[in-house]
Ligand binder design. Structure first.
Ligand SMILES: C[S@@+](CC[C@H](N)C(=O)[O-])C[C@H]1O[C@@H](n2cnc3c(N)ncnc32)[C@H](O)[C@@H]1O
Length: 283
């Protein structure tokens, strides 16, 4: 699948999800796999105390697979960038954590999501927030300008993950942190799953294998790389999801049991002088 085509499909699906949340419904990942795919992945990610006070539509549009702001240890005054910010839930949470001397950017390519996120920002009354339009493969921010990169279930959707990781490295300040929730695969995955576009768009089939993720971060120049599972999926949970995508659960289920996880992926850009960008990022 050409990268451009993939982006257009992702945009269309998340545009529809944004419109649903904007109209007072609950966003789903889209496609034939729809809500049954997202549910085990997106449900109960945030404590009620954390989301109390956030605009209801920001919560309804939540389509992540983790809670990166909770794990990222954000400090007052820091600059945070959320890759694929959707309806803005993690950007608003970050903005509260970094306070008025800090700044939280959200980056998304889907117009409907950006409109919803900006509406949510207005309702929240937070002023240290900015939503930017663009692709995570080409981040519209200068080199060395961000303390922390967060993201919630987006990098798995990209057709050029090396580019995304290099861009994250570029915009982070020396010593900056990569603190991302993502779906990750452990070991081999049956080819039928990789081939299913619906599964891809619904968060799973574009996921990196754990070792591959570490390797990409390392070759981009990151250090202190860690992948911590936050949820481990049983094949039973994916039964409806796989059936909706036309796959035979009896056949595929046993081969994927426990292989898909939501994980918190951490890494750091080395600090100080003489910083070397990994060979994969030199253009
Ligand atoms: C699964 S949703 C997650 C949204 C948000 N992070 C959350 O936790 O609710 C994916 C979001 O990433 C955006 N997205 C996907 N691929 C992107 C890309 N290559 N560049 C920019 N945004 C992208 C989509 O438009 C959508 O808003």
């Amino acid at each position: 699948m050409a990268k451009q085509n993939l982006q257009e499909i992702v945009k269309e699906k998340y545009g529809t999800a944004a419109l649903r949340a904007a109209a007072g419904g609950v966003a789903t990942c889209g496609g034939g796999a729809d809500s049954s795919c997202c549910d085990p992945i997106t449900k109960n990610l945030y404590d009620s105390s954390q989301i109390a006070g956030l605009p209801q539509k920001a919560v309804a549009a939540s389509l992540g697979c983790g809670n990166p702001t909770e794990l990222a240890q954000l400090q007052p005054g820091e600059t945070v960038l959320d890759l694929g910010s959707g309806g803005g839930i993690d950007v608003l949470l970050s903005a509260k954590r970094v306070g008025p001397d800090g700044k939280a950017y959200g980056l998304d390519m889907t117009d409907e999501m950006l409109a919803l996120a900006r509406e949510n920002q207005q309702k929240s009354g937070l002023t240290n927030v900015e939503f930017l339009k663009g692709a995570i493969e080409s981040i519209p921010l200068p080199d060395n300008s961000v303390d922390v990169i967060i993201s919630n279930c987006v990098i798995n959707l990209s057709g050029d993950k090396d580019r995304v990781i290099c861009e994250a490295f570029r915009v982070l300040k020396p010593g900056g942190r990569f603190a991302v929730s993502d779906v990750v695969v452990r070991g081999d995955v049956p080819v039928e799953i990789r081939k299913s576009m619906e599964l891809w768009v619904g968060c799973i089939a574009g996921a990196l294998e754990e070792y591959e993720y570490r390797h990409k971060l390392f070759t981009a120049g990151f250090e202190s790389i860690d992948i911590e599972p936050t949820r481990i999926y049983k094949s039973e949970e994916a039964r409806d999801f796989l059936a909706a995508a036309g796959l035979d659960w009896e056949e595929v289920g046993p081969a994927i049991d426990g292989k898909f996880i939501s994980a918190f992926v951490r890494a750091a850009k080395p600090g100080g002088r003489g910083l070397v960008v990994g060979p994969s990022c030199r253009s």
